[in-house]
Design a binder for this molecule. Structure first.
Ligand code: SF4
Ligand code: ZN
Length: 294
């Protein structure tokens, strides 16, 4: 039987290339997140951090591990769940799972319903303009998350993006020549406009399988996957990355660590203005969300 890389007792878990026993895995996971927080100064004393939680393993791990660090780093946190108004993705069950988590770990819980908050029916808009529902949803969620955080006094937003997401998004954007997006793939994206809230990604160096193991070992309930994200899961690039993983299990970790070091210079980005309709930050005259409403 494999031995834990840390304590040499028998290992029950094998993550990427390293076997761990349960307690060493949990220490290893928390240490990795803590090192990243310190290295990139993700959190400062008195920060008010809003964690965006969908109910999946990544965002639940992010909320859990941050809740454990509240005293150490002396910050406040809240959890926001965005109900996108698509019942396959968000429903009462997801909401209850997150609400129960927040009660258990004493974290304020916020629920934002896109239909009420922005007066926007994502499913309807997707049909009307014939654009994939997930691409509209992603943009609308980013908008709502930033607006809600700012309006409620949060100075940072934390998301559960992990090494798998970052690697996949890197190549997707790379092949589409969206280099200005790639330049933002860092553990911290500081605010560059008074209306934009700083974003942090505490799980930047964690793998999806580590997050899954983390929630299982901590007995954290998670919400199931949605039918819409199926197309994402069947993604060709994701399959290619899986293949690389099988040959080189440390690929994604090394890749994101390299990304941390590299500075991608993009041509002068368009300056950020305020939308003439809603006042939210945008690089156009009218922001993407207001254009959806037109
Ligand atoms: Fe939105 Fe698509 Fe995710 Fe559902 S699967 S929450 S529609 S991005
Ligand atoms: Zn607008």
């Amino acid at each position: 039987m494999a031995k834990c890389v840390s304590c040499k007792k028998s290992a029950q878990i094998k993550i990427a290339f390293a076997p761990f026993c349960e307690s060493c895995f949990l220490k290893h996971y928390q240490n990795r997140v803590e090192r990243l927080i310190k290295k990139f100064k993700l959190i400062k004393e008195k920060d008010k951090i809003l964690v965006a939680v969908s109910g999946g393993k990544d965002s639940m791990s992010c909320a859990h591990v941050l809740s454990k660090f509240r005293q150490r780093f002396k910050f406040e946190m809240g959890v926001l769940h965005i109900d996108v108004g698509v019942s396959d993705c968000t429903n009462e069950n997801t909401e209850n799972i997150i609400r129960d988590f927040c009660n258990e770990y004493k974290v304020p819980f916020y629920l934002l319903k896109i239909k009420e908050y922005l007066g926007l029916d994502i499913k309807e808009v997707s049909k009307k303009i014939r654009r994939p529902i997930c691409s509209i949803c992603g943009m609308v969620k980013r908008y709502a998350l930033n607006k809600f955080a700012r309006e409620n006094g949060f100075n940072k937003i934390a998301t559960g993006h992990c090494a798998d997401d970052i690697t996949l998004l890197f190549f997707k954007n790379w092949f589409s020549y969206y280099f200005d997006w790639i330049a933002k793939f860092k553990p911290i994206m500081p605010s560059n406009h008074p209306k934009i809230v700083t974003r942090i990604r505490p799980l930047f160096e964690c793998l999806e399988e580590e997050n899954l193991t983390y929630v299982k070992l901590n007995k954290i309930k998670i919400a199931g996957c949605s039918k819409y994200s199926y197309s994402v899961r069947k993604d060709k690039l994701k399959e290619i990355l899986k293949l690389i993983d099988s040959k080189k299990p440390d690929f994604k970790i090394n890749f994101v660590r390299a990304l941390e070091r590299v500075e991608i210079k993009v041509k002068e980005p368009d300056s950020i203005k305020e939308c003439i309709k809603c006042g939210e930050p945008t690089d156009k005259e009218i922001c993407g969300v207001c254009r959806l409403k037109m």
